[in-house]
Design a protein around this ligand. Sequence first.
Ligand SMILES: [Cu+2]
Length: 471
Amino acid sequence: MIRLIRRGNKAGIFALLLGVAGLGLLSHRALQAVGPPSRSSAVALGVRGGGGGPGKGERPDAGNIVRQGFPARAADPKDLTKSDSAWEIEWEITNPANRPGFSPASSSVLKITSAKFMYKDKTGKARWITVLRNLELGELFVPYDPGNPQYKDVAGQRFWITVADPKLLGPACVAPGEVLRSSNKLMDKKVFKEVHDDGLRWLADTSAKGPDKGRRGEKLILWSIFYGANYRYLIEYGFSDDGVITPRVGATARNHLPRRADEGDVHLHVAGWMFDPDLGDPANPAIGGPEQNEVSLVRRVPRNPGVANGQYRVSVTPFNPGPGGQATSGSAQWVAEEFTTLRIQSLTRKNGTAPAYPTAYDLIPIRFGSARGFPPGRTFDFANKDFWVTNRVVGAPRFVNVPDYVGTPARPLGGKPVTVWHSAALWHVPRTEDFGGPDGRSNTQGVALTAWASFMLRPRNLHDGTPLYSR
Ligand SMILES: [Cu+2]
């Protein structure tokens, strides 16, 4: 399969200009009293626009807002505070003018411009937190194990998001799915919204004989299909009713190569995401926000190093500590034995317990393994390392360039907005199930079953007790 990217033409440039003009005209974001109260526009707006999205100082597209309360059956998008919990999500498609036959920019991805979560405090009052801004799939790196080819399907290609076919929507479940409309034609009908059951959220120890009291969880899912020549990637973001965000990427469609005996078809799909943590309160700019967070690594380490007695402790240390011990820009690797977790913790936002705990979001890796062993240095370190934290990158950052954003020497992170970068890899060892034809080797007569890469962002000390719990 040859990856052929055609250059732009005049009609396409005209379409791009129309899209940009449309963004300007549609710059009124309807604010509803029942939604999360907005801060001043300068703060509320994403400062890191995608290549084709709203730039610095511009508002995101008015149409791209999804409001979902839980439980979904009783949710009122006009008043989310009636629900037990809720999400208000703004989304966009980066470089939205990209399309077959005319792709003026590097590949488009589905991006979450902002994610605001509503929950109830111990008094039953609705509270809001802006969890993050500018969550985006920054790279899909596909290195073949012989050393070549090595595709960068986001930075190195000019792919696009395909039109969403309603036939691919999941079943209605707790609420009907829909293909989202956008007032920006370039983003219209390209994003799927589904709301699904998410298993038992909790079960209480009611009695030995049962039945135990419990509650089913629910989640909102936004997803799009990324055209990658022979491949298709499912770019998905899950938003659970307990405040968890789960970005995922699914790899499917036709293999690049027919099945080979020499292992030349074995490859990785390294997914890299970036986001700007916030933890602010949309109702009260004094509480929390991107300048008021500290970044740590949390690890499970032996109480007595070198002594295998099964005794452990929780180690919380500043991320990439500098000479004074303060957190600085840099990278870290996930260590299986240490359950490595990245913590973004607010210096000012606390929950409502007495005494109060500081509110945090933990980045919890979900991974099958780790890409390692590419030549060290700035070219491949985006894949050799699993976590990166930099001062916030304004503009359209590239995941593959993250080593450049670290700075030399490393920069202090305290008191400044940051961008977090995380990668997770799939190891794709082709099997008969990925192919067709009489010999089970034909990549044109079969397709690869979907395989997923993901991670989790989970609140810690946000709620005042078990969320969605009732005795
Ligand atoms: Cu693959």
